[in-house]
Design a protein around this ligand. Structure first.
Ligand SMILES: *[C@@H]1O[C@H](CO)[C@@H](O)[C@H](O)[C@H]1NC(C)=O
Ligand SMILES: *[C@@H]1O[C@H](CO)[C@@H](O)[C@H](O)[C@H]1NC(C)=O
Ligand SMILES: *[C@@H]1O[C@H](CO)[C@@H](O)[C@H](O)[C@H]1NC(C)=O
Ligand SMILES: [Zn+2]
Ligand SMILES: [Zn+2]
Length: 616
């Protein structure tokens, strides 16, 4: 057998082969030619063999590197420490961004993922940014019920205590509790709140106000700009809810009194005030953004994302507002040794749940995911260390990604394409319907039916409606309003289920920039541990704030609940007691069963909006 035909690896070494091997290896590694006599045929084979080996090895290394890079970018979005020192304690200048996906339960994620994959033709492993940052889950019950509301839910985040449904950073005994935002401000951090609903709504309110009931939104508006025992604690407020800041003498006000909270904000507390998208964009372009900033960009809620994209010249998105806030707060803390605390809420995931509107909900979740991604990007690019934690206060709607419509055993399916065809929320359609009824001079039943058919087809992409469905909307009552009918029509077609127009008790997910950034929240936790984590990360002591809130009196001479000489007793400044006690006069505790299913009458919601006053 000729040597050249020997298997390459079985060949015995030639006397000078080791030197040649070294030379060849050098050549491969350095790219420099070796200095050799003309190669024999065998040598050429060996060279070729080695070359193939090297090539394979290089390819393997590249593949491994790419896989590793991919895996590490999935598991570790950023190489920074998040501000955690080697001793396991947070250290140095750092920022905390806390996001709340109000009313988003685990099913909201499944629904949205599948819908987006279907709509955008993406593969089954296409997931949300949030999915890649899942670290744990939160148990959400309040002190008064196994099913919490946003007020008790946010009090758990802001104070780190359980309280009763409706409590705005007030404990079950109706004493105020210091919040992480208040303590952060006192510790030298800058602070901000960004929401897509009213700034006076429960979640944002809990960070910078104290009220015995969440319904005291007029009072909450005054407190949030600084008219309460601690003075101004928020540097940046962006969201909706303008109507609670304007005096009742102004158009677009929903206040019960003539207090001009915007003027007080400007004159007493030095706020820069804007109320429209043009000024918002101007701020963004200007570079420096003067704080404190009060940006009230909608009378009540910012429209659902599904509706907003059609009026995006009027309202910014959650991500746009978050980006502006991050820009403003990081610039304002540039020369400080303390960073900032920012709360960003995807507020209306909850509203879509209350409305049982799946087409609106999936767009809300995607909008929140985009805001989450924007915050991650900020943390990656920013010099200062920081941590992002995002969670929900509770689930809303008892959402199910399946629905049995008939007596027969159900098909295992649900239909995302039905949600794709919708171009408006059911809230928008119900409003259009109400406008039509108000403006038309007593239309005939046939005309009404035609209008309903038009709305179903133009707003929801539904043309196969039944007469019963149309009748349901025409004959709807305030107890089961048209919006509920629109929502049911689309939910049935999508085979999406809802078990309530309220909240549910299921555990909700916790997300973070990295598991190592929020070690205390990995796994399953009580919601109060989220608040405790924020305090720990920012190294805050809430006790002195609580003490100060309880001891200080406040002069709110314009308030109707005014005490002697314009000075109120503590407690009174938080409004009249909320759910003080049960029938025995005891402090509220966990709800008991009263056989409600037999006799509870629905209180008809008078308004058409899901805005002011309705419990979320
Ligand atoms: C506006 O508020 C004042 C109290 O501040 C009240 O006396 C008045 O009746 C209110 N006006 C309206 C139109 O509600
Ligand atoms: C969605 O709309 C398209 C175009 O109008 C229509 O062909 C399709 O049947 C609709 N799909 C559903 C599920 O309604
Ligand atoms: C309370 O405030 C009002 C107006 O801001 C002022 O006129 C009044 O003197 C104050 N009362 C006290 C006791 O400070
Ligand atoms: Zn909520
Ligand atoms: Zn709610």
């Amino acid at each position: 057998m000729a040597r050249s035909e020997e298997p390459l690896l079985a060949r015995s070494p030639s006397p000078n082969s080791s030197t040649n091997d070294i030379e060849e290896e050098d050549a491969l590694l350095t790219g420099q030619p070796t200095n050799r006599s003309p190669a024999s045929r065998a040598r050429k084979w060996r060279e070729a063999g080695l070359f193939v080996w090297a090539l394979l090895a290089t390819v393997a290394v590249i593949i491994l590197a790419v896989v590793y890079q991919h895996e590490s970018s999935v598991a570790r979005s950023r190489p920074k420490t998040g501000g955690w020192g080697p001793d396991g304690k947070p250290t140095g200048k750092r920022n905390m961004i806390f996001m709340v996906s109000d009313g988003m339960g685990p099913t909201s994620l499944s629904l949205t993922r599948s819908w987006r994959q279907h709509t955008s033709g993406l593969p089954i492993d296409d997931i949300l940014v949030l999915d890649r940052h899942f670290i744990g889950s939160s148990r959400t019950r309040s002190s008064s019920s196994l099913v919490t509301d946003s007020a008790a839910g946010a009090t758990a985040f802001s104070c780190g205590f359980k309280s009763y449904n409706g409590a705005i950073s007030v404990l079950p005994d109706h004493t105020p509790c210091g919040t992480v935002l208040e303590a952060a401000k006192r510790a030298g951090y800058m602070t901000g709140l960004v929401v897509t609903t009213r700034l006076t709504d429960a979640t944002p309110a809990c960070f910078a106000a104290h009220a015995n009931r969440r319904e005291y939104e007029d009072l909450i508006a005054e407190q949030m700009i600084g008219r309460y025992p601690l003075g101004r604690v928020v540097d940046l407020l962006i969201g909706g809810g303008r109507c609670h800041f304007l005096p009742n003498t102004t158009e677009g006000s929903c206040r019960a009194d003539a207090t001009d909270v915007v003027s007080i904000a400007k004159e007493e507390f030095g706020f820069q005030y804007i109320d429209n998208r043009q000024d918002f964009d101007q701020l963004d372009n200007d570079g420096a953004i003067d704080l404190p900033l009060l940006a009230l960009l909608a009378e009540t809620d910012i429209p659902y994302e599904i509706d907003r994209v059609q009026v995006s010249d009027v309202y910014p998105s959650e991500a746009e507002m978050a980006r502006l806030a991050l820009k403003a707060l990081s610039a304002a803390t540039k020369d400080s040794d303390k960073g900032f605390f920012l709360m960003v809420e995807g507020s209306r995931i909850d509203h879509a749940g209350h409305a049982n509107d799946p087409a609106a909900q999936v767009r809300e979740v995607v909008a929140h995911d985009e805001a989450f991604a924007a915050v991650l990007k900020f943390l990656e690019d920013d010099q200062t260390e920081g941590v992002l934690v995002s969670t929900s206060d509770h689930e809303t709607g008892g959402l199910a990604t399946a629905r049995q419509l008939h007596d027969t055993y159900p098909q295992y399916r649900w239909f995302p394409e039905v949600l794709t065809n919708a171009s408006h929320s059911t809230e928008f359609l119900a409003r259009e319907w109400a406008k039509y009824l108000a403006s038309s001079s007593s239309p005939s039943r046939k005309e009404k039916a035609q209008k309903v058919a038009d709305l179903l087809s133009s707003g929801l992409g539904i043309t196969d409606h039944t007469d019963e469905e149309v009748d349901g909307i025409i004959d709807a009552t305030p107890i089961w309003p048209p919006a509920y009918h629109f929502a049911d029509i689309i939910s049935r077609r999508a085979q999406v289920g809802w078990s309530t127009h309220g909240h549910s008790a299921v555990d909700v997910n916790i997300y973070a920039s990295h598991p190592k950034h929020a070690p205390g929240l990995v796994g399953n936790h009580e919601n109060i541990e989220v608040g405790q984590f924020i305090a720990e990360y920012l190294d805050l002591d809430l006790e002195p704030i609580t003490k100060e809130l309880r001891e200080k009196k406040v002069n709110t001479s314009s308030s109707e609940h005014q005490g002697e000489a314009g000075i109120q007793d503590w407690g009174a400044w938080m409004g009249p007691p909320g759910l003080p006690a049960n029938d025995n006069g005891e402090l509220v505790s966990l709800d008991e069963y009263h056989g409600d299913f037999k006799h509870r009458k629905r209180e008809a919601e008078a308004g058409l909006d899901c805005g002011c006053g309705m419990k979320h």
